[in-house]
Design a protein around this ligand. Structure first.
Ligand SMILES: Nc1nc2c(ncn2[C@@H]2O[C@H](COP(=O)(O)OP(=O)(O)O)[C@@H](O)[C@H]2O)c(=O)[nH]1
Ligand SMILES: [Mg+2]
Length: 308
């Protein structure tokens, strides 16, 4: 896997995704080899061109001899979503190149865990020597927000005339993305969108003093991709310069540790016998005021051996 063998990478990611017995050991053993890759989140509404842009970026960085991973997080089923079929066709041009690894992450089951699975997959790709890892996700929903928090840098794609106007996320727009991409610059009124965005961005100041740049791209022919790569490098250099890289990473791990504790606790309670029906029974008892929720939770934790 560390040599970049795609089949070994796929096996490791699947084992972690499915929480196969012994999967913990994979992370324990590969972890010392991680921390080198830069994780780049590509987010934006469906159809804004995230997959097309990931494809362009992958090509751009492969030409520079960098190794690239792409994780596509698609909430739609991999078997029904047209987008994924399109992704596969677009990505097929890289099919014979071992320096690039592409994987789509499916939605998880009852306990969620999509964000955790994606984070684990990124660790695998990091240990496998990828220099850059792109994570594509539509920016809505709990999972997606969690996934975007994993990224070292977040790129938000906007398309002129798509209705997802700048006005919609006026508040906090500075924090949403580190770099704004106005894709499909070959059509639509991109200049107007750029001006609107500039006005909104001009109103605020980020705590890290970064001024998010706006890059225009055409992901179908690669226009603007070198400029986007330069912006990514600028941001990385900025974090290094102001000494924020480690601080941000610590912050991220703080959140992930809490997520993992929560996930493991739920998992143990389920393993100790809390199925869907039992959960419904407990809920009914609480709803009828036969029992209070805290006593129920303490009892469940005790059964799972977590509480005394
Ligand atoms: N005209 C034009 N079409 C684009 C551009 N980027 C992507 N597309 C098209 O938009 C559609 C959606 O792109 P896709 O990359 O699948 O978007 P995603 O859902 O965000 O991953 C596809 O048909 C692309 O060929 C662009 O810059 N200009
Ligand atoms: Mg896509």
């Amino acid at each position: 896997m560390r040599g970049g063998d795609p089949r070994a990478i796929a096996r490791a990611i699947s084992a972690l995704e499915n929480r196969e017995p012994g999967a913990d050991r994979i992370v324990q053993e590969l972890f010392p080899y991680t921390g080198k890759a830069v994780l780049i989140g590509l987010t934006g509404a469906p159809g804004t061109g995230k997959s097309s842009l990931a494809n362009c970026l992958a090509r751009h960085y492969r030409e520079q001899g960098k190794r690239v991973g792409v994780l596509a997080v698609d909430p739609t089923s991999p078997f029904t979503g047209g987008a994924l079929l399109g992704d596969r066709i677009r990505m097929q041009q890289h099919a014979t190149d071992q320096g690039i690894y592409i994987r789509s992450m499916a939605t998880r089951g009852m306990l969620g865990g999509l964000a955790r699975a994606t984070a684990d997959a990124a660790l695998v790709l990091d240990a496998a020597g990828k220099d850059l890892i792109f994570v594509e996700t539509v920016g809505v929903g709990q999972d997606e927000v969690e996934i975007m928090r994993l990224a070292d840098v977040t790129v938000l794609l906007l398309v002129a005339g798509y209705g997802d106007d700048v006005q919609n996320f006026k508040a906090g727009v500075m924090e949403i993305a580190d770099i704004f991409v106005l894709n499909k610059a070959d059509r639509g009124d991109t200049d107007r969108l750029e001006n609107e965005l500039k006005v909104v961005l001009g109103l605020g100041q980020r705590p890290d003093h970064w001024h998010p740049p706006i890059v225009k791209t055409v992901a179908t022919d690669g226009a603007g991709v070198p400029e986007l790569a330069a912006a990514l490098e600028d941001y990385r250099a900025h974090l290094e310069r102001v000494g924020l890289r480690e601080e941000k990473s610590t912050q991220r791990w703080q959140e992930r540790l809490v997520d993992l504790i929560r996930e493991r606790a739920v998992e143990r309670v389920v393993k100790a016998g809390l199925g869907k029906e039992q959960l419904a029974d407990y809920a009914r008892q609480v709803a009828r005021r036969e029992r209070d929720p805290y006593t129920v939770v303490e009892e469940l934790l005790r059964t799972a051996g977590i509480a005394e």
